[in-house]
Design a binder for this molecule. Structure first.
Ligand SMILES: [Zn+2]
Length: 199
């Protein structure tokens, strides 16, 4: 029996509603207890999926799961949209099998098949958007850290400007609120209120 590769197999089309269903358990497994809202938008020429949740994992962590459930890819360098087929199995989720339509030598196989159960598919969902909301509780935990690490008073308001030299300051007019956002991007909110920041 010869090996199945992305370039020899024909991708099965999966409608976006089905993609949303497939994605739920893949999000539940690494992030138990987090409620994800998964919504589909259809428009002429395609569809997309919006994922929203509060606190929990960072956008980057969720993207690691959802990235390969998109059939559209965008190369900002040359302003070009191109396509992807993915490997999918219920155990390992989705991984990008191959890309095509790029035309700049970037077409071809990407990741190898995860296991023999994986099927080559083309997801109906062009793009997936991840939106993370922050609860007031999590926001204040982050604000405590930003103020402390910036050498500010404990009661400094959210719109107070970060002092010169604060590690959360990117622009001169940045406030505590900007610092909170910047810290949240790399901070996971774990169950029972603990947090984990990755550099
Ligand atoms: Zn697999």
């Amino acid at each position: 029996m010869s090996e199945i590769t992305a370039t020899t197999a024909k991708a099965r089309y999966i409608d976006t509603a089905e993609v949303a269903k497939m994605m739920r358990p893949q999000l539940r497994r690494p992030f138990p207890g987090v409620k994800f809202s998964v919504r589909i938008s259809r428009y002429s020429g395609g569809s997309s999926i919006d994922i929203r949740w509060t606190d929990g994992p960072t956008v980057k962590q969720v993207e690691a799961v959802t990235h390969a459930f998109q059939s559209a890819r965008f190369d900002g360098m040359i302003d070009l949209q191109y396509s992807a087929n993915s490997w999918y199995c219920a155990t390992h989720g989705a991984r990008v099998a191959e890309t095509y339509g790029h035309g700049m030598g970037d077409d071809g196989p990407v990741e190898s098949r995860c296991c023999a159960a994986a099927e080559l598919v083309h997801f109906g969902s062009g793009y997936i958007h991840e939106v993370r909301e922050l609860s007031d509780g999590f926001r204040s935990v982050l604000a405590v850290q930003v103020r402390h690490e910036s050498g500010m008073g404990k009661d400094a308001p959210m719109d107070e400007r970060l002092p010169e030299g604060s590690l959360y300051q990117l622009y001169p007019y940045d406030t505590v609120r900007d610092g909170v956002y910047r810290l949240s991007v790399k901070t996971e909110h774990l169950p029972y209120g603990s947090t984990k920041t990755t550099p």
